[in-house]
Write a protein that binds this ligand. Structure first.
Ligand SMILES: Nc1nc2c(ncn2[C@@H]2O[C@H](COP(=O)(O)OP(=O)(O)OP(=O)(O)O)[C@@H](O)[C@H]2O)c(=O)[nH]1
Ligand SMILES: [Mg+2]
Length: 206
């Protein structure tokens, strides 16, 4: 039996891997709200999922980039799903495969009626690459709410943090500076959980 844990003020009493899907015909049968995690390979999506769930290794963390190739569904508190999506723009897979993955992510975002929001991660050290901006802009067209979040806060000092928060805000046209988190140091998880709960509760209409 899994022990209940409190992460960022939220009690996670259950977190279970449900399934890996390679295509849209193969989504979980149970209809629950979904929140998806997207961003370049190696940005820390899987680590953030583990941190939010209070798990050490429920989600596989990359030894090498490009590890996550499918849509992986995790059921939280029997109430909603976290979806770990494949890394965006991974250089070592062929352009054709990369395009096919981008297409299947866009398809999922367009078609999934249960998707309430996307957490789009960018590494605070790099401040967002062109492919990040292109992907976010393309997904914004679907009408799905996207929250840009910066990862790996523990990797930067105060000066770089302020500079790159501004840079990310400008690049992505955000109203406010992005939330910055660290899965390693467990920073920012309370604010991120608050955002997630309001999107699964349907406060943000799709
Ligand atoms: N210092 C630090 N390292 C992190 C943090 N989050 C993730 N990492 C490291 O970054 C690497 C990639 O992390 P993952 O969580 O596997 O990244 P991902 O985005 O899921 O990668 P793909 O599945 O390849 O798309 C691993 O070596 C992690 O240990 C963080 O907050 N701080
Ligand atoms: Mg991953």
């Amino acid at each position: 039996m899994r022990q209940e844990r409190v992460v960022g003020g939220v009690t996670v009493f259950s977190a279970e891997f449900v399934k890996s899907s390679v295509d849209l015909k193969d989504l979980p049968e149970e209809r629950l709200p979904q929140v998806a995690f997207l961003g370049r390979s190696n940005v820390g999506k899987s680590s953030l999922l583990n941190a939010l769930m209070g798990e050490k290794a429920l989600v596989k963390v990359s030894g090498s980039p490009g590890k996550t190739r499918e849509l992986n569904f995790f059921k939280i508190n029997d109430a909603f799903y976290f979806v770990d999506l494949p890394g965006v723009g991974y250089a070592k897979v062929s352009i054709t495969k990369r395009d096919a993955m981008a297409e299947s992510i866009r398809n999922y975002v367009e078609k999934s009626e249960d998707l309430k929001g996307i957490i789009y991660l960018v590494d605070i050290r790099h401040g967002g690459h062109d492919i990040d901006v292109e992907t976010v802009n393309s997904l914004r067209e679907t009408g799905c709410p996207i929250l840009v979040v910066a990862s790996k806060k523990d990797k930067v000092g105060q000066a770089e943090l302020s500079k790159n928060k501004k840079l990310i805000q400008e690049k992505f046209g955000l109203v406010n500076p992005p939330l910055v988190v660290s899965s390693v140091k467990k920073i920012g998880l309370d604010s991120l959980w608050a955002e997630i709960l309001s999107s699964v509760a349907g406060t943000h209409a799709k």
